[in-house]
Structures are given as C-alpha cells and as structure tokens.
Design a protein around this ligand. Structure first.
Ligand SMILES: *Cc1c(COP(=O)(O)O)cnc(C)c1O
Length: 387
C-alpha cells in the first residue's frame, strides 16, 4: 500500500465543479445537445502566422534540446518591446522578465519562493483557484479579501489594513477579473502600491485578460503605477490574448528579486518552454492590432446577445468592460449550485456556479462567452422557456 497523500494536498479545497462535470458527462452520454458556457477557453483558432512560425521553428534541431531556464533572449526582448508599446512601461529583458509555461504555472509556484509555513497570503474571493492552491501547497495560509458588488468587486484595502499584517508576505490581485469581469483603475492600484510598500508585501498581479476589453476600454498595467516595481510583479499570458491556451506560454515581469527567486524555484522543477513555441510566442507578440480588434468585437457581440437577451427575460445582468465572462446574480429563490443544476437539467446549458471560485461567489453564476453567438442566442431562448 502506498502512503497517504500529504497534509498539504489534503488541504486543497475540493473541486467544486465536480458535480456539474458529472451531470454534464451524463447528459452528453445521453445524447443531449449541451451548450457549454462553463469553461473559459478561447474557441477560435491561433492565428495562422503563429502556427506557421511553430512549424518552421520545429524543424530546427537546435530547438530540440533543453531550453534555457530564463527563456530565449529574443523572446524576452520581444516581451519588453510589447510592454513598452502597450503600457509605456520599460522592463529590463535580462532581469525583469521571466517566460513561463503558461502563467498558471508561475502563479502556482511563486509562493514556494516566499512563503514559510504559516505565512499568509492575501487572496481575493471569488478568484481563479491557483492563488489559493499555490499558497496551500507552499504551506502558507490563505487570507481572503472579499470582492463584493458593493465595492465594484475590488478588495477594500482599508478593511485589509485593520487586520494584523505581521505574517502577510504576498497578495494576489487579478484585473480585469475572472470570474467577475470587473476592472481596476490607476487610483486603486496606487492605493495597493502604497499599502504594499508600507507593509513589505509582494503584490502578484494577474493580467491574463489585459487585452480582452470592450467599448473602447483599455485595461492598465499594475506596473505602470510609480514605484510598483519595488513591490510587485505582473503575470501575462498568450492564452487569451492570442488564442493559445493549449500552447502553454506566458510570462511574469516586474521586481527583479522576485523574478530571480521564482526562476530559482522553477530551475529545480521544469526545464523551460519548447524553443519552437517561444519563437511562435515572438510572432504572437508582433501580431498586427487588427487581430485583437476583431477578437474583441467578436466577444463584445456575444456579450451583447447574452446580456440583452437575459435582460429581456427579466434577469439582472450588467455588461462587463473586459474579460469574456459575464458574472450574473442568480434569480431569487436559487443558490448558485441550484441554478447551475437547473440550467443543465432543464435547458442543457452548462455554466460555472459562483461558489466554484470561493464562498463569496454564492448568489452568482459565471457564463463564458467562448461559444458562437448563435449558440448564445439559442441558450437565451432555452433559458426563456424554463418553467
Ligand atoms: C486563463 C487564466 C490565466 C491564464 O493561464 P495560462 O496558464 O497562461 O493559460 C491566468 N489567470 C487567470 C485569471 C485566467 O483566467
């Protein structure tokens, strides 16, 4: 018999989509026409020039060997150029940028670089699950910052300040936000920078959705705030920006000591990103603006079909400015989980129950705009027919 799993692993919160996943599999097996609005994974293909670059680069035998831990210099230079053009932030490609095997990997590993047993990490709730699980795997303690609609789904920093902060080493933030679709402005980030400098807290800002935004809105970079680099890093990903979720490529940038520390952890765990994928990443960073413009117009149109359709049948839904998620208060009389089950059983629609992202997700469901607009229209019609 093998030993019992570690205490660390036992402490990881249960996978809350498990029951929805089971119902979904059963429904598909029974031949039902399921509309899956649960998973947030881009449904349109990676641009052809990125694929072509991979095919070319894959033929180069030099790329068949181990990659450098800190990524190819040309990729880091391409990231620094993109950053300066997009955010006006200057980064040193040698010390302030570290490519990742998808940003999730870096997010989940960074607590290993800074957290001792029982150190605390400030984590928004609801949230993308790796902030919590990465903290727990490093034997840290999760300290929740509630994201409430009454505060525009931003953590209340004044509230956080009132608590003892002696053991707090890190803070995760994520704007534009998954699952709420909320955005943060410079004033909020300035408050965070001041707070973090005063309390020696490393800020880890997840900007995976920085390029998915609508109605002319442009998300800001945390690193564009004066002094942010003193206490923070920002995670980016090509998964959503360039429809590359399966490719596994992202990066972290900002504070050089944090970059060095995460690099040390990673050099003991992985051996870098396939260099042909790094070359394709360079291509993705140089993609003409028209690609993102069209991608965002597509998500925006889907958002409008969903939100306007649901409003017509009396749901209380707002249009989000960014991300491909719509965070929807469930109609009175249902919990998140009951609503999700009802949608699946009565309309063959899969959505994510808000509680899958933490206790503050109760009362909401999350719908991902990663299916064709005609299917979204059909989903609204099915919801309208539920009795
Ligand atoms: C999709 C997503 C990511 C991206 O993860 P990758 O590992 O780069 O594919 C990161 N953070 C959030 C909040 C996400 O939703």
């Amino acid at each position: 018999m093998i030993p019992d799993v570690s205490e660390r692993l036992k402490k990881i919160p249960p996978y809350l989509f498990a029951s929805i996943d089971r119902l979904k599999r059963e429904a598909i097996k029974a031949g039902k026409d399921i509309i899956d609005l649960g998973v947030g994974d881009p449904d349109t293909p990676t641009p052809q020039n990125v694929i072509d670059r991979l095919l070319q680069a894959a033929k180069n035998p030099a790329h068949h060997r181990y990659a450098l831990d800190q990524g190819m210099p040309l990729l880091r230079i391409a990231i620094s150029r993109w950053y300066e053009k997009r955010f006006g932030v200057v980064l040193d490609p040698d010390k302030e940028i570290l490519p990742l095997i998808g940003s999730k990997e870096g997010i989940a590993h960074i607590p290993l670089a800074f957290i001792n047993p029982n150190d605390e990490v400030l984590v928004p709730d609801p949230c993308y699950p790796p902030y919590k699980s990465g903290t727990i795997l490093a034997e840290g303690k999760v300290r929740i910052m509630s994201l409430l609609e009454s505060n525009a789904f931003l953590p209340d920093i004044n509230e956080v300040k009132k608590q003892g902060l002696n053991r707090v080493k890190m803070m995760f933030l994520n704007y534009p936000n998954n699952p709420t679709g909320a955005v943060a402005d410079k004033v909020f980030f300035e408050e965070v920078v001041e707070f973090a400098i005063k309390n020696n807290i490393l800020v880890c800002h997840d900007a995976a959705y920085s390029e998915i935004a609508f109605d002319g809105y442009k998300p800001v970079s945390f690193l564009s705030i004066p002094n942010a680099k003193e206490i923070g890093v920002e995670f980016h990903s090509l998964s959503k920006t360039c429809n590359m979720s399966g490719w596994r490529i992202g990066w972290v940038c900002g504070n050089s000591k944090a970059i060095l520390a995460l690099g040390r952890v990673k050099s003991n765990i992985d051996s870098g990103i396939f260099q042909a994928i790094q070359e394709a990443g360079i291509e993705a960073l140089n993609i003409p603006d028209g690609f993102l413009k069209n991608l965002n117009l597509m998500y925006q149109e889907r958002r409008d079909v969903l939100v306007e359709g649901l409003k017509q049948i009396g749901w209380n839904v707002k249009k989000q400015k960014a991300t491909f998620y719509v965070w929807i208060p469930v109609p009175p009389g249902y919990t998140s989980s009951e609503m999700s089950t009802t949608l699946l059983e009565k309309a063959n629609i899969v959505v994510a129950p808000g509680t899958g992202f933490g206790p503050n997700g109760e009362g909401y469901i999350r719908i991902a705009l990663t299916v064709d607009k005609n299917r979204i229209k059909e989903a609204v019609e099915r919801i309208a027919r539920i009795k």
